[in-house]
Design a protein around this ligand. Sequence first.
Ligand code: SF4
Ligand code: SF4
Length: 396
Amino acid sequence: MDCRVYIVSCPDYDHADEKMQLLFSMMGGIDRFVKAGEKIVLKANLLQAAIPDQAVTTHPRIVAAAARMVKGEGALPIIADSPGAGYKYNSKTLNTLYRKSGMLEAAEASGAELNFDTTCVAVSFPRGKLIKHFEVINPVTTADGVLGLCKLKTHTLMSITGAVKNNFGVIPGLSKPGYHAKLHDKAQFADMLLDLAEYVSPRLSIMDAVVGMEGDGPGVAGFPRHVGLLLGSVNPLALDIVASEIIGLRREQNPLLIAAAKRGITPSCIEEVELVGAEISKIRVPGYRLPATIEELGIREHLTWWQKPLGPYLKDWLSQAPRVRGKKCVACGICRDSCPAGAITILDTKRRAAFIDDKQCIRCYCCHELCPEGAVELRRSLMHRLLGIGAGERSA
Ligand code: SF4
Ligand code: SF4
């Protein structure tokens, strides 16, 4: 498997076209990936309707630059994604999403098509180690090929979302909670993502790391952070390994890399990746804020000898709990519709607001990820406070 990751510096989005051309020429030319007459899905990260400056979605200038390259080969670029859990995959949702995220302008400027086909198809994938059947959005099955246009972002559940996780967007919005419901465990969820990435098999993945997201991403609760890079690879896992290095995410904090190593997939660490165009030591971003939830992965390291046997019984105490900030909540119901555990109700009180039943919550953090108002916060558990874990991230 090709483990090369190509990197070009891209100081801002005004340079998107020029840097995209440079990246493709380093990778052997666009004609290596696209042929005249083909239909190519540009699978951007369009998690939710957010403006480009919020760094929630792949920047429209990057999408337009990729679309121009595809179009230049005589192929048809189609911009497609299904937004996050809780959002219905229909024309109304897509219209809002395309308008707010700048995809409408990107399509107009580049000649790309915007996907409005909201049908879904059940596909079987016998090679899947964990999941052998998926329901996916139709354009992925009818296109000749997929180019992944992911965004560098932190992620409260999976620590990072990049090239591999980007493929979760081919699952229609309201089907996504089912995966969280069945796969509570981060390790299992990571396993599913590896199967899905193999099913989608993008011909190439490009990462918009010009402005990334740090903190409690991947939704509006995270913060934009300038990184100034554009990355490309035929190997999504290799791309994510480099992205993790850039933001200072250790391998043991990354469920995807742990799952990949367990399957014996290479590469599973930076030493097995070949970097082209930059040295890793020169592109690390110091002080990149990681999500507070990653401590749950290594929390047992923090327990003293007498606390260790209690660990399995205190699972709920050991994880960050979502809470709704009533004043910010507009009772839109997106969190309720995204919740795989049915733990959220909209209270019909004088001031309508969402309420989370902590007993039912399985800590998937979809509500936190998808609340468009940033009204869901993550509170440190009692154990986090007792052990003094996570306090730094809150004050950062
Ligand atoms: S918490 Fe957010 S997503 Fe949930 S109802 Fe309130 S505003 Fe909507
Ligand atoms: S309430 Fe809990 S289970 Fe429901 S979406 Fe939020 S984190 Fe997930």
